[in-house]
Design a binder for this molecule. Structure first.
Ligand code: EPU
Length: 352
């Protein structure tokens, strides 16, 4: 282990950023893939963030920032520095007639934060219950489920520009959220460390319970954040695997967006094709349905497989390598391409 002495200006801090060499990432990715990082550290406070930035200035070793590791596939070892962001803190920073503004540190566990909101009667995030990962990773891919996206409730975001070390504030619009996408995942990829987000919780919430299945689980219970959150947990548990038991990264593919023309042609041939019209005129269809139609649900290839209850989730049944999962993903992409002429796009980040 290398002990990196933190220098802040002229002062010598006692805080140490501990850098480990050739460290296993198995515990730090929800697929449970065995891969090593050449260097590894955990960042628990702002001083350690500064130490990381300082370390980075003196090296050209690539940097990988990890939250809960729930949206990444390691197909090989990582030849750089992996920094796991584990900063903590939840704070009410402002309140007005309509909203409560809650600032939360990037390293908080997403689901625990949602539950904290639910238990303290701050509405808005309940539909996003039980999504694995951390708060800081949530804006990267604009997490979404059951008719709600993070973008609907995120008010502001604080990120450190890695090249300058400056803290920059982003408004919701500046984050350029789209379906499973953001400024940080696209244009500014690799340029920022997300430090915190601020959520705007409405005092008069508009509940979203139209999504198939929620009403059934609610079964006449009072509609409030707590009951919606509990229903979502039940729903997710019934069809998605728990990464603590079977390694996975949630949905492995994005739902494809089709032109009206392409959708019309397919719908004629496949009348049950699920369709979700988008405001921009494109039609979103279901990747799970396409994969299911190709007969992949429940299929297993060695240690890698397609989860038996949901065709969009690839799983590690034991000692799968990232390469095995990647090969399975490629086989699925090929069969969907052959049958429907649609190119599926992987959702998680792939280290290859
Ligand atoms: N379907 C199948 N076979 C299956 C599963 C689903 O044909 O095995 C079809 C059904 O027609 C179903 C439709 O696909 O009505 C949609 O399925 P589901 O409601 O499960 O949603 P999804 O589009 O597959 C998206 C998100 C999930 C999120 C759910 C619920 C993406 C890539 N995935 O999945 O997010 O939980 O909606 O809102 O947008 C994640 O991103 O990791 C994730 C789990």
């Amino acid at each position: 282990m290398i002990a990196y002495q933190l220098k802040l200006g002229n002062t010598q801090s006692t805080e140490l950023m501990k850098i480990k060499k050739n460290h296993s990432l198995k515990k730090y990715n929800s697929f449970g893939i065995e891969a090593n990082s050449r260097y590894f550290c955990q960042i628990k406070n702002n001083e350690q963030i500064q130490a990381l930035l300082e370390w980075r200035q003196n090296t050209d070793i690539p940097l990988l920032l990890l939250g809960g590791g729930s949206n990444i596939l390691f197909k090989k070892d990582y030849q750089g520095m992996t920094a796991v962001i584990a900063t903590k803190g939840i704070e009410i920073i402002k309140e007005d007639e309509k909203y409560t503004y809650i600032k939360v540190a990037a390293g908080e566990n997403w689901h625990q934060f949602v539950r904290w909101c639910v238990e303290n009667n701050y509405a808005g995030l309940e539909n996003l219950s039980f999504i694995p990962g951390t708060v800081g990773a949530a804006p990267m891919q604009n997490i979404g489920a059951y008719g709600v996206e993070l973008a609907d409730h995120l008010y502001a975001l604080e990120a450190i520009e890695l090249c300058s070390g400056k803290v920059k504030n982003f408004t919701q619009q500046q984050c350029r959220f789209a379906y499973r996408d953001s400024f940080f995942k696209s244009i500014a990829f690799g340029q920022y460390l997300i430090q915190s987000i601020t959520i705007r919780s409405p005092k008069k919430p508009q509940w979203k319970i139209e999504y198939a299945g929620i009403k059934n689980v609610l079964k006449g219970q009072e509609i409030n954040a707590q009951n919606i959150s509990n229903s979502i947990i039940t729903l997710r548990q019934s069809k998605l695997p728990d990464p603590a038991i079977i390694g996975n990264a949630g949905s492995f593919f994005k739902n494809p967006l089709l032109s009206e023309k392409k959708w019309q042609a397919l719908k004629q041939q496949y009348p049950t094709l699920p369709s979700y019209p988008q405001p921009n005129g494109l039609i979103k269809t279901s990747a799970a349905w396409l994969i299911d139609q190709c007969g992949w649900k429940g299929k297993r290839k060695g240690n890698a497989g397609v989860y038996q209850k949901h065709a969009l989730v690839l799983v590690n049944y034991g000692n799968a390598t990232g390469k095995e999962i990647g090969e399975l993903a490629n086989d699925i992409i090929k069969s969907v391409q052959d049958k429907f002429a649609i190119e599926l796009e992987a959702e998680p980040r792939i280290i290859a």
